[in-house]
Design a protein. Structure first.
Length: 238
């Protein structure tokens, strides 16, 4: 299932480096190829991630930022914003809502993609607590914060007026209603995932696992056999 047209610009808000590549890289590549200007907002630096005990923990944020920037370039995304919140300790705080609202007012997106704030008991890994917190904060930023001139008054002082986002795409939602056929983007998705070297113990196993997930998603979405898909819940927020 595709789209009649792709709006622009689009803002993608996720918790960690690699989240967008696991959940939506094929869709992002489709949007970019259709002419959309896509900005990433990565809330944490993924400083609690990794598997190599020999790598100093203080090096991880810089490593993961560089990996995400490289992965973004694979998909044609050049604007990556890191908010620098601590990995594993996110809450949908007023400060996080303000910072996402700031970016919404700067980018003025016609679409926001973010994690679902609703826990998915069928795919518990999609419902990392940081994902849930970012989903809740992003939705609160879309409505009511970013569109309310009097929310976060410091943003007005910065010269950032209100902006209303027409729609939000939720990744990892328990009840997806929109399935993107991204079969032709699979290799680019895997190429983007391979950029996250610090997170991959076995690259080939990850590629096969991702293919399996995408095949199962396509089946749930009623797409033809052999199709690979990414799923979202689309919420009108105009």
């Amino acid at each position: 299932m595709g789209e009649q047209s792709t709006p622009t610009p689009i803002l993608v808000v996720v918790a960690h480096p690699d989240d967008v590549d696991f959940g939506a890289a094929g869709t992002v590549a489709t949007w970019v190829d259709a002419g959309a200007d896509v900005t990433y907002c990565i809330v944490t630096d993924g400083d609690a991630g990794g598997f190599d005990l020999e790598v100093p923990r203080g090096d991880i944020p810089g490593i993961r930022r560089a990996e995400q920037e490289a992965a973004a370039k694979v998909l044609g995304v050049s604007n990556v914003v890191f908010l620098g919140y601590p990995d594993g300790r996110l809450t949908p705080s007023l400060e996080l809502r303000r910072d996402i609202s700031r970016l919404i007012r700067q980018v003025q997106p016609e679409r926001v993609l973010c994690p679902s704030p609703e826990r998915n008991f069928e795919r518990i890994h999609a419902s990392h607590p940081d994902h849930l917190a970012v989903g809740e904060a992003a939705l609160c930023s879309v409505y009511p914060d970013a569109r309310n001139a009097f929310a976060h008054p410091e943003l007005l002082v910065e010269g950032l007026g209100p902006h209303s986002v027409p729609e939000v795409w939720l990744s990892g939602a328990p009840s997806p209603d929109h399935f993107m056929d991204v079969t032709d983007m699979f290799e680019r998705k895997i190429a983007a995932l391979r950029c996250h070297v610090s997170q991959l113990v076995d690259e080939e196993a990850v590629a096969e696992r991702v293919r399996g997930w995408m095949s199962a998603t396509a089946e749930v979405g009623g797409l033809p056999t052999g199709t690979l898909a990414e799923a979202f819940q689309v919420v009108g927020t105009a």
